[in-house]
Design a protein around this ligand. Structure first.
Ligand code: FAD
Length: 388
């Protein structure tokens, strides 16, 4: 949230019609939604539907200049702003918590500005939906590797503001590692632009890095320049069953040694979590032939000239021989691989569908993951024994 949580300036009055007057003229009309209108509903409820807020009004500017005008007006009028992208953050950060504040939605600032196949870069408005950014990169035979369940709704600006991770962090890093430049409206309405596309930039402080992960507290991101990667021509995906989380860590170590940087994803799922995916689609079943307490999805991606499938199968055969894994299936088609990933993606949606859930976003050293799970399980049993 930008600015103090003060009451709305007395000059912000509602007309009898409910419209809000004295905003900059270009922000009137359908760019503006009264906070009491039914149309405001979707800006006030969190994606998980477990948080509800209120706001005086919602503004949806269609240009960077309009964002500047609005932020300047709010700064002069003492109106606090809650910036909102796709509202998928799951932590309530985009939900306004006072009927005095304004929601600044970036949903209309959603153009892909340009794709540069020589520099391997893409520039987009901050409100561009992540899936549209990914599609634009693929249309030029490149990829933008950030991938998360919410990619059809979350925005690239929201990804920057939360430093989103997703399933490809292992190989490509978090959003912070993918951003080359930012354009930001500062709290007084000034535009700061650092969209220079430089990979080597050692000039002084990095305002860009300060903005990434600042969740709208330092300014409104209006434009993003990201680095793209060559599109892998081969993607090999396996779904394996293991006896414990400790073994999953061992398998990860083995996969890194065996497959080096070709390893693009490694996701671990406790078997008891599969019931969440079933809530989303009862056909989502583990492809394993036996029950295993821990499941993992292992993915390799690379260009031509490498036998990625052979590499993955050799690695899994070694893991089977040494009893590191109990069972495993290598996807024979894209749709089978997509079915593996649908299980992983169904987990988050399943939480929301089931209702009560404990939100977590944990970061520990890899070696500490088994211990973390053990301790978290004990806490849950103790603290939420009555819940499903
Ligand atoms: C099914 C599902 C799966 C998910 N999986 C992952 C995952 O694997 N990894 C992960 O990291 N996250 C994940 N998320 C969380 C979420 O999708 C990401 O954090 C995403 O980056 C949020 O983007 P958004 O546009 O929806 O932001 P919002 O939810 O609208 O906003 C999030 C925060 O950023 C601020 N903000 C938004 N846009 C801007 C802007 N332009 N300028 C300044 N501040 C801004 C908001 O004020 C708020 O504080 C998932 C969410 C869902 C629903």
């Amino acid at each position: 949230m930008i600015g103090p949580m003060t009451t709305v300036h007395p000059s912000l009055q509602r007309e009898a019609s409910g419209a809000i007057v004295e905003l900059p003229a270009q922000l009137a009309g359908d760019a503006l939604i009264d906070g009491r209108s039914p149309l405001a509903e979707r800006y006030l409820i969190d994606w998980g539907r477990d948080r509800r807020g209120s706001a005086r009004f919602i503004v949806r500017p269609g240009s960077v200049e309009d964002v500047q005008a609005f932020v300047r007006w709010c700064s002069q009028s003492g109106v606090a702003i809650v910036v909102q992208g796709g509202n998928t953050g799951l932590a309530g950060g985009a939900i306004p918590d006072s009927s005095d504040c304004a929601v600044l939605s970036l949903e209309r600032l959603n153009r892909i500005r340009c794709v540069d196949p020589l520099d391997f870069t893409l520039q987009a408005d901050a409100g561009a939906v992540l899936q549209d950014v990914k599609d634009a990169a693929e249309a030029s035979d490149m990829i933008f590797p950030l991938a998360l369940g919410a990619q059809g709704s979350c925005t690239i600006g929201g990804n920057v503001a939360t430093n989103a991770g997703g399933i490809n962090v292992l190989r490509y890093g978090m959003t912070r590692d993918l951003v080359l430049g930012l354009e930001t409206v500062l709290p007084d309405g000034t535009l700061w632009s650092g969209m220079n596309g430089l990979r080597k930039d050692n000039r002084g402080y990095s305002l860009k890095q300060l903005m990434i992960s600042s969740e709208g507290t330092l300014g409104v991101v209006t434009g993003v320049e990201v680095r793209l990667s060559p599109r892998p021509t081969q993607v090999e995906t396996a779904y394996v069953g293991l006896g414990s989380f400790r073994q999953a860590c061992e398998l990860f170590r083995m996969a890194r040694h065996f497959c080096s940087d070709l390893l693009s994803a490694f996701e671990v799922i406790g078997e008891e979590c599969l019931s969440l995916a079933h809530l989303i689609d009862p056909n989502l079943r583990s492809p394993l032939t036996q029950e295993c307490p821990v499941h993992a999805i292992v993915e390799l991606a690379c260009g031509p000239g490498i036998d990625a499938g052979g590499l993955l199968e050799t690695m899994l055969a070694r893991a089977l021989e040494t009893d590191l894994i109990k069972d495993g299936v290598v996807a024979q088609s894209r749709s089978q691989a997509a079915a593996f990933w649908a299980i992983r993606e169904g987990l988050v949606e399943g939480q929301a569908r089931r209702g009560f859930h404990v939100r977590t976003d944990l970061s520990v050293r890899l070696s500490q993951v088994p211990k973390l799970i053990e301790q978290a399980r004990a806490c849950i049993v103790q603290g939420w024994a009555g819940h499903p």
